[in-house]
Design a protein around this ligand. Sequence first.
Ligand code: GLN
Length: 280
Amino acid sequence: MKIKDLRNNFLNSLSAIYGIEETRSFFYMLSEHIMGLRRVDIAVHLEKKLPEAEMVSFADATDRLKKQEPIQYIIGEANFYGLDFSVNSHVLIPRPETEELVDWIIKNLSTRKEQINILDIGTGSGCIAVSLAKNSPHAKVYALDVSEEAISVAKSNAKKNQVEVTCIQADILKTERLPLDFDVIVSNPPYVRELEKKEMKANVLDNEPALALFVADNDPLIFYKRITELAKRSLTPGGSLYFEINQYLGLETKNMIEASGFESVILRKDIYNNDRMIHA
Ligand code: GLN
């Protein structure tokens, strides 16, 4: 089959589900991943015949897209803060809201000249930890996760992006003390409640790890409370705590952090105008 025909078949079979624009962008992402052809190169290769192995890979990807599997899991990669991250179904696909949190931290750290220690709790793919390490030359970055599989993805992402991140497997709910003192602690823990599941897209619900997303309705701040407690014991004087938060629990989360003794607790909205992050 020629690339031209492959493209037409692909667009025909998926645009009813995803619309033409998104389907076209999936085609270009897969072309690069499977054939190593960049978008700008496709036009001159349209008459080229596709090798059998690549046809099979395309057919497989098309089936997975029909079942609403996220494209990032299919190609095994996602972009975050201008960097490439490997992803699989053990880790959340990095979100643009989280880029805003990372950007906030990097801007706040840009004037620091001394060496600092940063800890990312619930690192998943390592997107926060690795972007901070890449953009804060004076930082020594640690990343913690309960999931062995996530730790292995985070490690490979540190390597992929040529930064040093110390990865620790631990359950934050069972940890009494952090291994050392930190100047910055950041976390994007699970925060989606059962009652919010109906707002979520099927491709998120069916494919992304529940462990990274959901928290019990009866104590949706459980991770925030625990991390705030640990931060109180392990932040250096004047240190910072950053969270990504549930948009419906902005004030509740802020009040809890203030009540536990933190000063200058700032609640910030994301580009969608939802309460999304906190700096204390
Ligand atoms: N923002 C993510 C979502 O809507 C949830 C991230 C999280 O639970 N920490 O899917």
